[in-house]
Design a binder for this molecule. Structure first.
Ligand code: UDP
Length: 384
C-alpha cells in the first residue's frame, strides 16, 4: 500500500519541540512502515523522519509565520497543498492520501478528484462552522476522540469513520525517570490549556509547578521578549502573548511556579517523566490530548478537568483524577501519590502505542479504499 501522508507546512516531522500534529505523524509513520506501507510524506524539507519519499514546498517549518495577520499568511498552506496536488496529478501510484492539513487539505483534495482521502480531524470541531457544516462528501474523516466527534456538525459526522485515539512511542518502551517533586503542565501556553488555573492552585497549595510550552510559537523568554519589547512586532498583541503576560507571568516566582519555555526530546521526557503528576486544567473540550497519553506512558498520573477527551483517556482513581471544579482539582492534586505509576504505564501499553494507532488507521485505510474503489480507482493503462 502506498500512502501519501500530508503533515502540512507548519513544522518539521518530528517537530523540534512543541508540535501536536507533527508528533502524531512522527508516531504513526514508523508503525505504518513496519507493516509494509510505502509512505510518501508531504512536509517541509527539514523533516528528518525516516520515510520512503519526502515532498515539500518549504525548506523549514512555517509555524512562527502563522501567527501573523491572515492576509500575510493565507498563501502558506495553499502553496504547500498546491505542491501536494501537483504531486498527485503527476503520479498514479498513490493508493490513499492521509491528510492532516486543517481545512485547506480537504478543500483542495476534494476538488482534485485524485486518490481516496482520509482526513484526520485534530481540532475542536466548532471551528470553521461554514466549512464543516457543508463538508465535501467525497472526503472520509476520522476524529481523535469520541467526544470530539460527538460535537461535530452533521455534515462531518455523516462522513466520519469514527475515532482513532492518539498514541506515543513512549508507550512502547519503558522509560524510567527518577521521580521529582514537581507537577507539570506540558502544552502550548494559552488560555485553553489553563496554565493560569494550575499556577493559582499550586501557589495556594504550595506545590512546585513547571509550565513547559511555547507562547505563540516563541520557545523561550528571550524569544518572547523580542515580541514584547517591539510594539510593531506582528505578534505584539497576540492573545497568547497577552495571556502569558497578564495571567501567567504574575504567578512566575522563580521558585514554586516556573515557565521553562518549550522543551523537546530527552529534556522533555526527563522533565515530564520525573513529575509527580501532569495537570490538565483545560478550559476547552480538548479533542485528542497527546500530552495526556504521554504522561501515562511515562508512569505519570494525569489530573484534569472532566471535559473533552479527558474522561476517555484517564480512568478516575486508577490512572489519574477527574474534577468538575477548580477546588475539586486542588483536592485531587493532594492525593496523586495514591496512584500507581505502573497502572498508568500498563494502560498506555494497552491503548496508546504506535502499533495500536497504526492498526486503527490501517483498518480505516482499507475501508476508505474499498468504498472509493468503484469511482476513483484508475483503469490500468491499456485496459478497457
Ligand atoms: N510539547 C513539547 N514541548 C513542550 C510542550 C509540548 O514537546 O514544551 C508536546 C507535547 O509533549 C505533546 C504536544 O507537544 O506531544 C502537544 O500536543 P497536545 O495534543 O497535547 O496539544 P495541542 O496539539 O492542542 O497543542
Amino acid at each position: 500500500m502506498r500512502v501519501l501522508v500530508n503533515a502540512g507546512p507548519w513544522l518539521a516531522v518530528p517537530p523540534p519541540g512543541y508540535g501536536g500534529i507533527e508528533n502524531v505523524v512522527a508516531t504513526l509513520v514508523p508503525a505504518l512502515r513496519e507493516r509494509g506501507v510505502h509512505v510518501v510524506l508531504a512536509s517541509v524539507a527539514s523533516s528528518t523522519l525516516q520515510v520512503d519519499e519526502l515532498i515539500s514546498a518549504y525548506d523549514d517549518g512555517q509555524f512562527a509565520e502563522l501567527q501573523k495577520p491572515y492576509n500575510q499568511v493565507m498563501g502558506i498552506a495553499h502553496a504547500h497543498q498546491a505542491m501536494v496536488a501537483a504531486a498527485l496529478r503527476a503520479r498514479e501510484d498513490i493508493d490513499l492520501v492521509h491528510d492532516h492539513l486543517e481545512v485547506v487539505g480537504p478543500a483542495v483534495l476534494s476538488a482534485l478528484g485524485g486518490p481516496p482521502v482520509l482526513h484526520t480531524l485534530h481540532w475542536d470541531l466548532r471551528k470553521h462552522p461554514a466549512f464543516y457544516g457543508a463538508f465535501p462528501p467525497s472526503i472520509a474523516v476520522n476524529g481523535v476522540s469520541e467526544s470530539q466527534l460527538a460535537r461535530a456538525p452533521a455534515a462531518l459526522r455523516s462522513v466520519s469513520l469514527g475515532a482513532v485515539h492518539l498514541a506515543t512511542p513512549l508507550a512502547a518502551y519503558d522509560l524510567r525517570v527518577e521521580r521529582g517533586g514537581h507537577l507539570v503542565v506540558m502544552g502550548r501556553i494559552c488560555r485553553l490549556k489553563g496554565q493560569h488555573v494550575a499556577a493559582r492552585i499550586c501557589q495556594k497549595l504550595g506545590l512546585p509547578l513547571v509550565l513547559a510550552g511555547p507562547v505563540s510559537g516563541r520557545n523561550s523568554q528571550d524569544e518572547l521578549d523580542v515580541v514584547i519589547h517591539d510594539p510593531h512586532h506582528p505578534l505584539h498583541g497576540h492573545p497568547d502573548v497577552r495571556y502569558h503576560l497578564d495571567h501567567v507571568t504574575p504567578h512566575l516566582d522563580g521558585e514554586l511556579v516556573r515557565w521553562v519555555g518549550a522543551v523537546g526530546g530527552q529534556d522533555r521526557d526527563h522533565l515530564y517523566g520525573s513529575a509527580r503528576a501532569a495537570l490538565f486544567p483545560i478550559q476547552w473540550d480538548e479533542p485528542g490530548g497527546t500530552a495526556v497519553v504521554e504522561a501515562l506512558a511515562l508512569g505519570v498520573p494525569a489530573v484534569g478537568l472532566r471535559r473533552g477527551c479527558l474522561p476517555e483517556i484517564i480512568e478516575h482513581g486508577r490512572t489519574g483524577f477527574l474534577a468538575d471544579t477548580e477546588d475539586e482539582l486542588a483536592e485531587w492534586l493532594l492525593r496523586v501519590d495514591e496512584l500507581d505509576p505502573e497502572e498508568c504505564r500498563s494502560e498506555a501499553r494497552r491503548r496508546f502505542t504506535p502499533s495500536v494507532m497504526a492498526a486503527g488507521y490501517l483498518e480505516l485505510y482499507e475501508r476508505v479504499m474499498a468504498e472509493a474503489a468503484p469511482q476513483v480507482r484508475r483503469t490500468p493503462e491499456g485496459a478497457r
